[in-house]
Design a protein around this ligand. Structure first.
Ligand SMILES: [Zn+2]
Length: 272
């Protein structure tokens, strides 16, 4: 079986730096390079075969052409290609976020949920990341802290060193913070619910939680719903993790669509 080198898809998100270009020799025309999707079949950024007779084909096109057999026997049980591997250069803090599990994501987003794992390639002195909450919160406190921008005070800040590894199951509130380069191995998914984005996103931020359970140690499983800005600037959602309470989003005609699975009504508080 031939071995092919892949060319990554490149993302220039606001918080990115230039280390992937300077130190990892990634080719990208722009100055800021936040992420390279090194192994990806995701439609938001598939890898491309870099050389040889198949050069120029995206990885999904290659698989389509040659059949799923090229992925090996362990991959056959998955309907879609199961993983996505990225390099991430966080010059600035990323948003505080949470990802849905497979059940919720497949139902609402028609793609896999997102459990992820980070391997820390580089970490500056004093670098840390957020991993769950420091302690259990009431939903009122959670809601208030999102409204008054103090959620970070109750997040579990974990000091990071080069070589550290973190496992982040879907449902764990987390954030990669500035001053690190990470290799991320995650499910093949691009579903992110942003809980707080350091005031960067303008129009809308979160607001409501329906409940939350957790432990003092390790990842906290949050059950919450919040109005969160997503990757589409004009859309927002109310999301409840673990137990979907309701979910709203704008369709391409800017109409708001709502799905609700119990009587708890969504709370939408645009902040401007
Ligand atoms: Zn994440």
């Amino acid at each position: 079986m031939p071995v092919y080198k892949l060319k990554p898809a490149c993302k220039d998100y606001l918080w990115g730096g230039d280390r992937l270009k300077k130190e990892y020799h990634k080719e990208f025309a722009g100055e800021r390079l936040a992420e390279t999707w090194e192994l990806s079949c995701h439609p938001d950024g598939p890898s491309v075969i870099a050389e040889g007779p198949e050069a120029g084909l995206t990885l999904p096109q290659y698989i389509e052409k040659h059949g799923k057999g090229v992925l090996g026997s362990n991959c056959q049980i998955f309907q879609d290609f199961p993983i996505l591997i990225k390099f991430i250069d966080a010059r600035d803090d990323l948003s505080i976020q949470v990802h849905p599990n497979n059940i919720d994501a497949l139902e609402k987003e028609h793609q896999y949920g997102k459990t992820e794992m980070w391997y820390v390639l580089e970490a500056e002195e004093g670098a840390y990341l957020y991993y769950g909450f420091k302690r259990p919160l009431t939903q009122e406190e959670y809601r208030r802290r999102i409204r008054d921008n103090t959620l970070e005070e109750v997040l579990n800040a974990v000091p990071v060193q080069k070589g550290d590894m973190f496992y982040i199951p879907a449902g764990t509130v987390h954030a990669i913070c500035k001053g690190m380069v990470i290799a991320e191995i995650q499910q093949n998914s691009n579903v992110t619910y942003r809980v707080y984005d350091h005031g960067r996103v303008g129009a809308v931020q979160i607001v409501t939680v329906t409940g939350q359970q957790g432990r003092n140690f390790g990842p906290v499983r949050a059950i919450m719903s919040g109005q969160v800005r997503t990757r589409f600037p004009a859309s927002y959602r109310t999301f409840a993790y673990n137990e979907i309470i309701s979910l709203q989003k704008r369709n391409s005609l800017q109409e708001v669509q709502t799905w609700t699975t119990n009587e708890c009504s969504p709370c939408i508080l645009p902040t401007g």
